[in-house]
Design a protein. Sequence first.
Lengths: 260, 223, 217
Amino acid sequence: MSVPMIEIRGLRKRFGAHEVLCGVDLEIDASEVVCLIGPSGSGKSTLLRCVNFLESYDAGEVRIAGRLIGYEKGPDEIRRPMAARHLREMRREIGMVFQHFNLWPHMSALRNVAEPLRRVRGLAHAEADERAMAMLTRVGLADKAHAYPSRLSGGQQQRVAIARALAMQPNVMLFDEPTSALDPELVGEVLEAIKSLAAEGMTMLIVTHEMGFAAHVAKRIAFIDEGRIIDDGPPRRVLHESPEPRVRQFFQTYHDRNSF
Amino acid sequence: MSLDVLIHYAPSLIGGFGVTVLCWSLGGALGIALGFVIALMFRLRIAPLSWTLRVFVEVFRGTPFLVQLFLLYAGGPYVGLRLSATAAGVIGLGVYSSAYFAEIFRAGFAAVPVGQIEAAMSVGMAPRDTLLRVTLPAALIAATPPIVNMLVVLSKETVVLSIITVPELMYQMQTMAAETFTAFDSIFAMAAFYWLLVEATSRLGRRLEARVTAFLQEEARPA
Amino acid sequence: MHPEVILHSFGYLAQAAGVTLAISLAGILLGFVIGAGVCVAGTSRRIWAARLAGVYVSVFRGVPLLVLLLFIYYFLAEFGLDVPALVAAIGGLALSSAAYQTEILRGALNAVPKGQAEAAVALGFTRVEIWRRILLPQALRISIPPLINEFILLLKASSLVSVVGIAELTRVSMNIATMTYRPLEAYVGAALFYLAINLVLAGFGGLAERRLAEGAR
């Protein structure tokens, strides 16, 4: 049995007095696509952000390919904050796509993708540009390489953001509601891009509201409510025949308005 | 006021304008440089340092420029600082404006959307690169309109320098007015001149702003 | 340093601070009246009124206050008026401040959500009623924090009226400096008074902003 790509055990996190994550367990193997679905305030974004330690966590463990992230255990088994250098090393191998794209507005699409290659992977100018161009072609935006983000539609910006994360050749990709900020007609192009990544065997954890998409692309759906994962299984089962009443209730209102 | 009078005083008036421009540009440059350094030092978050800087900024933003000038020019010698009027004028403008520029830069840094910094963190970018490639450019772009605005304000403050006998335009004009008994005409000409100057610089400034902030247009055009 | 100089002249400085406050208050109130007038003119449908308002703002923001003060002073002297100094001082401050207050009021009017006036129109209010009951009250509330800020700026600008001889804080400190040969102490004393006044005003401004934010929810 190989080590899971992402392993989360007993994860707890509180913001002030409010406990947002109350003991989360989740495992994702290599090339698996897991969609994280739940109501607002359930802690799904927080959970995702703990995976690359954009949020710290108070108890439990998050391991990427077996290595603990955010903290280090010395020979005395006492947990201390991870050295900044090591954290950056680990983050290189994790790609993240944000709900609001977070492209750098003063850089062209090409430069947005090439900059991390130059600064973090240490590639030479020309090589970084080449790879960046290849990535933009991959997401269908080669012709927009020199455009600035303000000139791109939301869907195009998000695809550039995907290219930027992908160019780093990460082992795992995290998506934080990648289509929630998009106009409905632009959602499709982004979902297509994510589908093609799945087809190539990328390990992905996707927080999303797009149930239809999740039904077709995810290997598993994990349902999170009030800081706990209360169902985790094949889309067929979680969406239509979940043993948990809360899950059935959540998807019932969705079924009533849609069908997948 | 006759034309001969004007022609006679033209050299001193032009010279005065030169001094005005000199004081404005040097003072402005000093203010921007000092203000930027102060803003950077705030980011270090060293409590005693931040506290001292905070006091500095509040004092120089909370007192009139004229009082600061008097303190520097008249009070300076009593602490061993003997400055010429022009030097006092430039340093006075520089220190006075630095307090405002420090706040402008601080606001610029605060205006950088945290998401852009998180994007840099999530690819594992080192703090130095994040600062130089992401935070600083964004902060400077955001700070450009207020900086341009402050520079226009500073150009008007240069007339205060005439009170401590700096030979800038206002001072030269007052000399001419006194010597030729044309106070009203001279002041009127002065007012008209400054109005045109400020109007022109404001327009130029707005065009510069538009160029620099072109990146930050909110409208994303559909593909 | 001889700090006792500040102590001895405390009375003079305090009195002068009162003059500074009085002049600044007169300036901002008169400026408000003028500014409101210019603002209304600016929104007028008659092109000449709007244009005139635009020119006013351009002129009185472009001409430095010192130049304006001296201009009014010599202008009045030319026409033989009796108390040129005070009139020039308050007039100059008011005319200059009005130009900035116009913009503040205009911004405040724009900040009132358009939907509120639309709802009033839909309900059948007259134009005058909409202005009186909905737009003006809210615009005034919104404009209080920036107006307090403008008052703080005006207070600092008032130091320039020292050149026309008004016995406000800066002028008095100049006199103290000349009389005691202690310019450092004299001007530090003045600075302390300005800071104290500004601190109190800034406190009011912060209070006003918080109260405003609560009301808006």
